[in-house]
Design a protein. Structure first.
Length: 237
């Protein structure tokens, strides 16, 4: 993701007690955890899922400041961009009219919204900026950063059975790590196990991947359930 942009989930967008139970979340964990512990599990699960799918679970308005790309095509930190409501180009200090950085309004085109790519333009402000600061004819004082207010995220995730199963699976894993970490299949931390043996029974797993959700079999299952929410670039014909 461009820049040091961090999005922290501070409340649940999708998960509720009803959805947790509807999609087969552990009844024992549900009964053992307090309401606040369940809410923490839901928030942690949604945070991990946002990192896995590369966008928000519901349309959300965000603001970020990024270095201006040379080709004016900016890759935003989240995919499935729905709209861009504000673009501000930040020019370096040194213009004739100011000793501090200068901000000019601009706009953007959604070049490839699903991939989070926008095209930046100054919407006819080049002439005004040149008259105001005299920067552009001298070749200095040009824009160096851009501040973008945009909306990104999926809609109606609660009505998608597969992704909901992935969300609830992660919530179940998080709740287990809160109230009974030793009871997890791999123990505390939900580690990725290549093989397992207990009381004469043994099993070996294959095709496990290291995902943002973890590398355990259940985390891999959740990642597969979340596939419909991920952006996949179309292959050329």
């Amino acid at each position: 993701m461009p820049g040091e942009y961090v999005y922290l989930v501070t409340g649940t967008a999708i998960l509720t007690d009803d959805l947790f139970n509807q999609y087969g979340g552990s009844a024992n964990l549900f009964d053992t955890a307090t309401p606040s512990q369940r809410n923490l599990a839901y928030m942690m699960a949604e945070q991990l899922v946002v990192e896995e799918i590369g966008t928000l679970l519901s349309p959300t308005t965000l603001t970020g400041t990024f270095n201006l790309p040379a080709d004016w095509r900016l890759l935003l930190p989240f995919k499935f961009v729905r709209s861009v409501s504000s673009v501000t180009l930040i020019h370096e200090a040194g213009c004739d009219c100011a000793d501090d950085a200068v901000e000019l309004s601009g706009c953007a085109w959604l070049r490839q919204a699903d991939a989070g790519i926008i095209n930046l333009v100054e919407c006819g402000r080049w002439v005004q900026g040149s008259i105001a600061c005299g920067c552009f004819n001298r070749g200095d004082g040009g824009p160096i950063q851009v501040r973008v207010v945009f909306s990104a995220g999926h809609q109606n995730v609660a009505n998608m059975p597969g992704p909901m199963m992935g969300l609830v699976t992660m919530a179940d894993l998080m709740m287990e790590q809160i109230v009974d970490p030793a009871g997890a299949h791999g123990g505390p931390g939900d580690p990725s196990l290549a093989s397992f043996s207990d009381s004469g029974y043994s099993a070996s797993y294959q095709f496990l991947q290291d995902t943002a959700l973890g590398g355990s079999p259940r985390a891999n299952f959740a990642a597969r359930m979340l596939e419909p929410l991920k952006f996949r670039r179309a292959l050329r014909l």
